[in-house]
Ligand binder design. Structure first.
Ligand code: ATP
Ligand code: MG
Length: 731
């Protein structure tokens, strides 16, 4: 098996997988086998007895990638991999914090705030501090707090040059309030864990001695704090001759750095060489994923960026077909065209799961979803409104959270009057004032004998107490069932007009919980509140944590055959036979905000980040790539008309099969293109828009390229890369 594992690798990959046990940096382009090499490295270390499973820590970018990696290793190796740690930075930090909560000054049952809950807590803090939301934007405060934490800055450390006094004082108060409630936000997970490792020698040395091998995928997207966390855990500089104690195996691609807007620091790659005493990064240059045409397009595009670390990417595989650039009248037509095309391509050895539709913004999925749904094609949306973010699901989770941590004000406020119990805003307000005066959580104030509590609120208090007592000995499944009913949520939703779906969603939590127990190897009858072992949480706490940390899509089951819909950001690291990049229009992709932004130092901001994002999108495709754009698009309730994305013009034109409205393949079909021309009342050449149907391939050829055609053809609408006034107005 070992031989099989190694023999399928090319010489460079083999060199990386079998490198001496020092730190290694692999710098290589998309599809060159970085993730595969990282996985093989783990298998190699275990098989050669260079490491035990509990000495390995692997960091992936998503929970899904973590699961895939473990599954793959399980098929390769005869070992029980449960003692190996594989997860995202957030997941791993959470795990460490749970084990040492008391050293991190957190209650053992601390809850995690998702971004929506964080925003509502900030709004409450603003209200308490009498800060006018018209003058100070809560979202801005949220971004500032997260930015600070990602840079390792506590409220006491931010200065006047970082923000104004109001924002700083809100940060101070926000930190206090989180502490009072026993809740942490995403950025806090990392910062708190970093501080724990930094300050607590016992904990730090424990992990430094445990994880002899740390492996990091998608290293280009680590932020400053994550990198510091890695250095600490690896004991950078603490080994002989200034090496690190533990070996870090990092793989990344500077051309795929797409999270600079969230603080990712591609400079970490250069620092890594210094900090971990790595002489030379290993470069992989053979691409195994895409056709030659797709690869050339990606290479041609990314060549326009400056300040790259530089690498070549080639393939010995087939050239494949040209990249289709399809123009459509509007977004609905675009969605229908994609659906038609999928139906057309499917069957010849392909299944729905081989198709991915990628877009720049979440909001673009709506038109695609309705077209797929009306064609009866199964699909799955990653990201967007996730299962665990749905209101009814969050309500159930809030009750469950109160059962383990009643001091969580966010959950308390979410359900104190839901289902309605006649508890008014005034009552809540006065309880909030009492709590604030005493410096305690709402639950603590409510439980305080000296606080005068109106009867309806007292009834709520009794309900939660009773639920806590009743559920105490129940299994997770029973506790959730009980909570949905005892809270009154089931009855309340049953009475609603469209309540059935909501009840079904609440019941779906039971499947999620079942899946959780199975994954964790916990017996279904294990008491929901009893820790499973000394260092793992109770089933209920573990489940609640997972619900917040993971996408938790209801249709997560990857075995269902469905078309995949996701943003380009979410597609990182994945590959599909067929890829559709929709909405390739100036102002959408590249996104307007990036065009507006002046390029940051070293050209790493704005447009260059968008170009890397397009590079990521293109390099997801294995066999066939389609890029579509619309003449008109409905977005945020407005119609926009923008020229084709300038990125399309940057791809070597000979690789493209450009199809305009008038000359579409579908144009010849009797059931296809004409149908929506009828719908939209714009038969070729009769729309009254100058030159609408008048472009022919030869015409385009003579104007020398797509951009030029756009500029002259769309006439007054727009020039090659500028934006229409409507777009400007909307952003
Ligand atoms: P990305 O930058 O997009 O994350 P990557 O560098 O991580 O890409 P992988 O996903 O590891 O690339 O590999 C791309 C594809 O090439 C996968 O399907 C992988 O199985 C395949 N592959 C990698 N190396 C080889 C090889 N030596 N022989 C055959 N197939 C390979
Ligand atoms: Mg990868």
């Amino acid at each position: 098996m070992q031989q099989d594992l190694l023999s399928s690798l090319n010489p460079r990959q083999l060199q990386a997988v079998t490198a001496p046990e020092d730190s290694v940096l692999i710098l290589a382009g998309a599809g060159s086998g970085k993730t595969r090499v990282l996985t093989s490295r783990i298998a190699y270390l275990l098989n050669e007895h260079l490491a035990r499973t509990d000495e390995i820590l692997a960091v992936t970018f998503t929970n899904k990638a973590a699961k895939e990696m473990v599954t793959r290793l399980e098929t390769m190796l005869p070992y029980d991999l449960r003692r190996m740690w594989v997860g995202t930075f957030h997941g791993l930090c959470n795990r460490i914090l749970r084990r040492h909560a008391e050293f991190a000054a957190l209650p053992k049952t601390f809850q995690i705030l998702d971004s929506g809950d964080q925003l509502s807590l900030i709004k409450r803090v603003m209200k308490a501090a009498n800060v006018d939301p018209e003058k100070t934007d809560a979202k801005y405060v949220q971004n500032f707090i997260n930015w600070s934490k990602e840079h390792g800055l506590r409220s006491s450390q931010v200065t006047g040059s970082d923000c104004d006094e109001t924002t700083k004082s809100l940060y101070v108060e926000y930190e206090r309030q989180c502490q009072r409630e026993g809740v942490v936000d995403f950025a806090e997970l990392l910062l708190r864990c970093y501080e724990l490792l930094e300050r607590n020698e016992l904990v730090r040395t424990h992990y430094q001695h445990r994880f002899r091998h740390i492996l990091v995928d998608e290293f280009q997207d680590t932020n400053i704090l994550q990198y510091r966390w890695l250095k600490l855990l690896a004991g950078a500089g603490l080994g002989p001759d200034g090496c690190s104690l533990n070996a870090v195996f990092a793989v990344g691609d500077d051309d795929q750095s797409i999270y600079a807007f969230r603080g990712a620091n591609v400079g970490n790659m250069e620092d890594f060489l210094k900090d971990f005493r790595v002489a030379e990064p290993i470069r992989l240059e053979e691409n195994y994923r895409s056709t030659g045409t797709i690869l050339d397009a990606a290479n041609g595009l990314i060549a326009k960026n400056s300040g790259r670390l530089g690498k070549n990417l080639w393939t010995s595989g087939a050239r494949g077909e040209k990249i289709i650039v399809e123009e459509l009248p509007d977004d609905r037509a675009e969605a229908r065209w994609v659906v038609d095309d999928i139906e057309h391509e499917r069957g010849r050895g392909t299944v729905y799961r081989d198709f991915a539709v990628l877009y720049r913004m979440n909001s673009q999925s709506r038109a695609m979803e309705s077209a797929l749904a009306s064609a009866g094609i199964p699909y799955r949306v990653y990201g967007g409104l996730r299962f665990f973010e749905r209101a009814e699901v969050k309500h159930v989770l809030a009750y469950l959270r109160l059962l383990t941590n009643p001091w969580d004000d966010t959950s308390f406020l979410r359900i104190v009057n839901f289902p309605t119990r006649g508890i008014g805003a005034k009552t809540i307000e006065s309880l909030t004032l009492e709590a604030r005066a005493r410096g305690v959580s709402l639950w603590a104030a409510l439980s305080d004998d000296t606080v005068k509590v109106p009867p309806k609120l007292a009834a709520f208090h009794s309900l939660i107490l009773k639920m806590r007592t009743d559920a105490q000995t129940m299994s997770l499944d029973k506790a959730i069932r009980y909570t949905i009913t005892a809270s009154g949520l089931r009855d309340a939703y049953m009475k609603e007009k469209d309540g059935e779906d909501r009840v079904a969603n609440m019941d779906e939590i039971l499947s999620a919980a079942k899946g959780y127990l199975e994954n964790e190897g916990i017996r279904p009858e294990h008491c929901a509140f009893e820790p499973v072992s000394d260092d793992s949480p109770s089933p209920l706490e573990g489940f609640l944590t997972q619900a917040t940390l993971e996408a938790g899509d209801k249709n997560e089951d990857a075995s269902t055959d469905a078309v995949q819909l996701m943003t380009v950001h979410a597609a990182k690291g994945l590959e599909f036979k067929y890829v559709y990049i929709i909405g390739a229009e100036e102002g959408i992709f590249p996104h307007f905000s990036a065009l507006k932004e002046t390029e940051k130092k070293g050209g790493r901001g704005g447009l260059e980040e968008e170009r890397r994002l397009m590079y990521v999108a293109i390099t997801r495709a294995k066999k066939r790539l389609v890029i579509s754009h619309c003449r008109e698009r409905l977005l945020y309730g407005n119609n926009f008309s923008n020229p084709v994305s300038s990125f399309v013009n940057e791809i070597p034109q000979e690789l493209l099969d450009i199809r305009e409205l008038a000359r579409s393949r579908r144009d010849d079909d009797d059931d296809g293109f004409d149908a929506y021309f009828d719908d939209y009342g714009r038969k070729s050449g009769s729309s009254g828009r100058g030159g609408y149907g008048g472009y022919s391939k030869s015409g385009r050829g003579s104007t020398g390229g797509y951009g030029a055609r756009g500029a002259s053809g769309y006439g007054s609408r727009a020039s090659g890369s500028s934006l229409s006034p409507e777009t400007r107005a909307a952003f």
